[in-house]
Design a protein around this ligand. Structure first.
Ligand SMILES: CC(C)(COP(=O)(O)OP(=O)(O)OC[C@H]1O[C@@H](n2cnc3c(N)ncnc32)[C@H](O)[C@@H]1OP(=O)(O)O)[C@@H](O)C(=O)NCCC(=O)NCCS
Length: 275
C-alpha cells in the first residue's frame, strides 16, 4: 500500500504486529470482490484493549479508491467498536495525509496530539560527558519490573507504547538510574541492528537533562546500533534530551480519537460502487 511513509510487511512481521498490538482478526476486515477472482480492494484492522480500540493498517488499493471502499471499511471498524461496547476509538494518520485526515474528521474523529517518530543513526555524535549528569548507580531491571514501571508513566502513552504493547514484546532490557542531580529509568527492545522502543522516564530532576544523560549512557554502550523511538508527543519535555544525543524527527503522526458516545450513521446499506 502506498502510505506516505512505506510500511513494508513480511508474514512474520505482520504476525508480530498482530500480537504486540492486540489486533483482533475477528474485528478486522478485508474487502474482496468475490465476482472477480477475490480481487482485494482494501483492508482495515482493529486493535482491541480494555475500554478502547485502535484502527491500523487501513488502506485501499489505488484502483479502488474514491468508490466508497474506505468508508465501508471504516463503517465496519466503527460498528465493531460499538458492538464491543468500547467508549474510545483511536487512530493515527501521518502528518501531510490531508485526504485521510479530513475523511476521519468527517467520521467524527478529533485531533488529540502530534506524535514524532524519532530515529538516531549510530553516526550521530554524543554530547561531551561534562554536559551530562554523572551516573551514581545503575540497576538492571527484570521484565516484570519493566512492565510495572511502564505502568507508572506520568504521561499517557500512545497505543504503540502502551504497557500492553511492551508486555507482548519478547525481549526487553531495562535499567534504573540514580544520577548526580536526578533519577529515571530506561527501557528498550534490543535487536541485531537496532534499539527499538527506546523509552526514558524521568522520576526526579530536569526532564531534558535527565533524559539526555540516560540516553547518552545508552548510546555509549551501543555505538554501532541504530535507534528508534516511535510516537513521542511533539511537546514532550524529554524530547530535548533525545535531540541532544542525536535523535531526529523523521516523520510525524496525528493521533485522533472518536468518542463512541457520539452517534454514527453507517453507509452499509448503500450499494458498493463497482470499479
Ligand atoms: C484514505 C483511503 C483509505 C480512503 O479510501 P477510499 O476508498 O478512497 O475512500 P472512499 O471512497 O470511501 O472515500 C471516503 C471519503 O474520503 C475522502 N477522500 C478519500 N480520498 C480522498 C482524496 N484523495 N482527496 C480528498 N478526499 C478524499 C472523501 O471525503 C471521501 O468521500 P466522498 O468520496 O464522498 O467525497 C485511501 O485513499 C488510501 O488507502 N490511502 C492510502 C493509505 C492511507 O492513507 N491510509 C490511511 C492512513 S491511516
Amino acid at each position: 500500500m502506498d502510505y506516505i511513509v512505506p510500511m513494508p510487511m513480511t508474514e512474520a512481521r505482520f504476525q508480530e504486529y498482530i500480537d504486540v498490538y492486540d489486533l483482533d482478526l475477528n474485528a478486522s476486515c478485508v474487502v474482496v470482490d468475490e465476482e472477480n477472482d477475490n480481487l482485494i480492494h482494501g483492508l482495515g484492522m482493529l486493535g482491541v484493549r480494555n475500554g478502547r480500540s485502535w484502527i491500523t493498517r487501513l488502506g485501499v488499493l489505488p484502483y479502488s479508491r474514491r468508490l466508497g471502499t474506505g468508508r465501508r471499511i471504516m463503517d465496519f471498524l466503527i460498528l465493531k467498536t460499538k458492538e464491543l461496547g468500547l467508549p474510545d476509538l483511536w487512530l493515527e494518520v501521518i502528518q501531510g495525509n490531508d485526504p485521510a485526515r479530513k475523511f476521519f474528521e468527517k467520521l467524527g474523529f478529533e485531533h488529540t496530539r502530534e506524535l514524532m517518530v524519532a530515529r538516531r543513526p549510530p553516526t550521530q555524535t554524543l554530547p561531551d560527558e561534562k554536559q551530562c549528569l554523572s551516573v551514581k548507580t545503575m540497576a538492571p531491571l527484570d521484565i516484570a519490573e519493566c512492565i510495572d514501571l511502564l505502568a507508572t508513566r506520568k504521561n499517557r502513552p500512545n497505543w504503540l507504547n502502551e504497557t500492553e504493547s511492551f508486555s507482548h514484546v519478547k525481549k526487553l532490557i531495562g535499567s534504573r538510574f540514580e544520577l548526580a542531580d536526578g533519577a529515571g529509568w530506561l527501557i528498550y527492545e534490543p535487536s541485531l541492528l537496532q534499539l527499538k522502543r527506546v523509552t526514558v522516564e524521568v522520576t526526579a530532576g530536569d526532564d531534558a537533562l535527565v533524559s539526555q544523560s540516560i540516553l547518552c549512557w545508552l548510546h555509549h554502550q551501543f555505538p554501532r546500533l541504530d535507534a528508534i523511538s516511535e510516537n513521542i508527543p511533539a511537546d514532550d519535555p524529554r524530547w530535548k534530551g533525545y535531540e541532544a544525543v542525536g535523535y531526529f524527527d523523521s516523520f510525524r503522526r496525528l493521533e485522533m480519537l472518536r468518542d463512541m458516545s457520539k452517534p454514527y450513521q453507517a453507509r452499509q446499506d448503500q450499494e458498493h460502487r463497482r470499479v
